[in-house]
Each structure stands twice: as structure tokens, then as C-alpha cells.
Design a protein around this ligand. Structure first.
Ligand SMILES: [Cu+2]
Length: 295
């Protein structure tokens, strides 16, 4: 309260303090209102778009409180030692060594803090891991250097998604983030995401979904998502996978269920003769390439 009073100057409100608080408020709101993409000078994480990310953000905030309390406590101890036991104020130091009570405390207290953190952490991990009643499945395959998407329960629709080169960007498209064919998903639908690779390890990562899954050759990793609001959400491969690692972005467009059905109809025609089946074939053949005992 004293800090607040010194900032606002008691009864007389200081204009600079009001301006500073207003600025912080505007930046915070602008951060929340922005689309799910990185921004210059962004503070904090992208706004959550799935229940998983909601929980990750809440857990992050809880940890931040614990970390701040620990840091303030350690800083206080350090300052106390520096001021109280410096050479001038304490010329003849005590020769004390070992104190059983303190040694037990500084072992047990951190262990308790870790246990307190571990319980919600494990709950969150299992929540991220288990797909709750998936209404549909999407298979994501990482290639050097693009992604391909399959909708096995929607008539096996398959297409590639490649970054739009800088010289071909249309107005409004985002450099290094927009792709030719976005992954389109319906909102409010539990979607099982299966991720695999065809060459090296990639990682399908969308910050605002809280989803990050390794794309490994010969393995099928699983994640899930439920996008809460329509919009475009961006992500990137976040496993260093070769020279064009930075040029295989992910763009997901979440639309209403009706719009999704309409898109599905169009997409089946658009990608009907697209020769993108080799990705699926390569994946099916991949386990044979793994040397015996490698798993
Ligand atoms: Cu990659």
C-alpha cells in the first residue's frame, strides 16, 4: 500500500503514475486482444486458445508467485547477511559450523515446495496427454521442410502446407508464418492430433494451443486440442531439423462447424488429384528403415 500511496501521492494523484498504469493496462489488453502470433516487444505468452493452454497459463502464473516469494526471501537473507555481518559491523566473526536444525530445514522445505509444484504439474501433464472423446483425427507429418495434413476420418483428405515465400506474399499475409494451405479445424471439437515424420525429427508446435509434439520417423505421437474461438493461429517447427528449419511454419484456421463442412467439400475437390500421397507411403515404409532394437 505504501508503494501505491507514494506513486499516486496520497490524495493528490500524480499524472505520470496514472499515465504509467494506463499504459501497462493498454499493453496488457492489446496483448490479449491480438491474434495468436508472436508480436514485436511481446511480453508474456500468447493468449490461450484451448483448454490445455488455459491450464498451462494458470499453472505458469501459480509458479510465478512461488518463484517470486522464494527470490524475495533469498534476496532478503542476502541483504541481511551483507548489512548485518559485514567486516565493519561484525569485525570478529563467529566460528560456528553445522547447525542440525537449519540443515534439516533447508533440505525439507525445498523438497516440500517441489512436491507442492509436482502435484498440479503431473495433473496437467496427464490432462495434455489423454485425448478426451475425440470427434475427429488429424494426422500431421513433418517433412524437410514443410508439413502435410491428413484427415483420415473425413474421406482421407490429404494436402501439403508450405510457407509462402517472401516475394510472393499478398498484403495482409505474414512473413515466415503464412502458408499456402492452412490446416482448417472446427471450433469446440475435441481433435486427436497424430504426429509423425518422414526424414528427420521435427516438432509441431502451436504456442496458443499449448500443443508441442515431436514428429519422429516410424513413430506416431499423439496430442489433442479443442480450439475455443474461430481465428488463425500460428506456430512453427521447434526442433532444429536442417537448413530450412525456420521456413516450415504452421497456420491453423479454426472455423465454425458449418464452415468446416463447407470447407471440407471444397477441399476434397481441390486436393483430389494432388499427388501428396507419397508422404503417407513414406511413413508406412518408415519402420522397416529403423534398425532392429533401435526402439
Ligand atoms: Cu522441422
Amino acid at each position: 500500500m505504501r508503494i501505491w500511496r507514494s506513486l499516486v501521492g496520497g490524495a493528490r494523484v500524480r499524472p505520470w503514475a496514472v499515465a504509467a498504469f494506463a499504459l501497462v493496462g493498454i499493453v496488457a489488453i492489446a496483448g490479449l486482444a491480438g491474434a495468436a502470433e508472436p508480436h514485436p516487444w511481446q511480453l508474456g505468452m500468447q493468449p490461450p486458445a484451448t483448454p490445455i493452454k488455459d491450464r498451462i497459463a494458470a499453472f505458469h502464473d501459480e509458479l510465478l508467485v512461488i518463484i517470486c516469494l522464494i527470490t524475495i526471501f533469498v534476496l532478503g537473507l542476502l541483504l541481511y547477511v551483507i548489512l548485518r555481518f559485514n567486516h565493519r559491523r561484525n569485525p570478529v566473526p563467529s566460528r560456528t559450523s553445522h547447525n542440525t536444525v537449519i540443515e534439516i530445514l533447508w533440505t525439507v522445505v525445498p523438497v516440500l515446495i517441489l512436491v507442492i509444484i509436482a502435484i498440479p504439474s503431473f495433473k496437467l501433464m496427464y490432462y495434455e496427454d489423454r485425448v478426451p472423446d475425440a470427434a475427429m483425427t488429424i494426422k500431421v507429418t513433418g517433412h524437410q521442410w514443410y508439413w502435410s495434413y491428413e484427415y483420415p476420418d473425413q474421406g482421407n483428405l490429404t494436402f501439403d502446407s508450405k510457407m509462402i515465400d517472401e516475394d510472393k506474399l499478398q498484403p495482409g499475409q505474414k512473413r515466415l508464418l503464412d502458408v499456402d494451405n492452412r490446416l482448417v479445424v472446427p471450433v469446440d471439437t475435441n481433435i486427436r492430433i497424430q504426429v509423425a515424420g518422414t526424414d528427420v525429427i521435427h516438432s509441431w508446435y502451436i504456442p496458443s494451443f499449448g500443443v508441442q509434439e515431436y514428429a519422429v520417423v516410424g513413430r506416431l505421437n499423439e496430442a489433442w486440442m479443442r480450439v475455443e474461438h474461430p481465428g488463425v493461429y500460428y506456430g512453427e517447427c521447434n526442433q532444429i531439423c536442417g537448413v530450412n528449419h525456420a521456413f516450415m511454419p504452421i497456420a491453423v484456421q479454426a472455423v465454425s462447424k458449418d464452415d468446416f463442412q463447407r470447407w471440407l467439400g471444397d477441399a476434397k475437390k481441390k486436393f483430389a488429384h494432388d499427388g501428396t500421397q507419397d508422404g503417407a507411403l513414406a511413413l508406412a515404409a518408415a519402420p522397416a528403415a529403423v534398425p532392429p532394437g533401435a526402439n
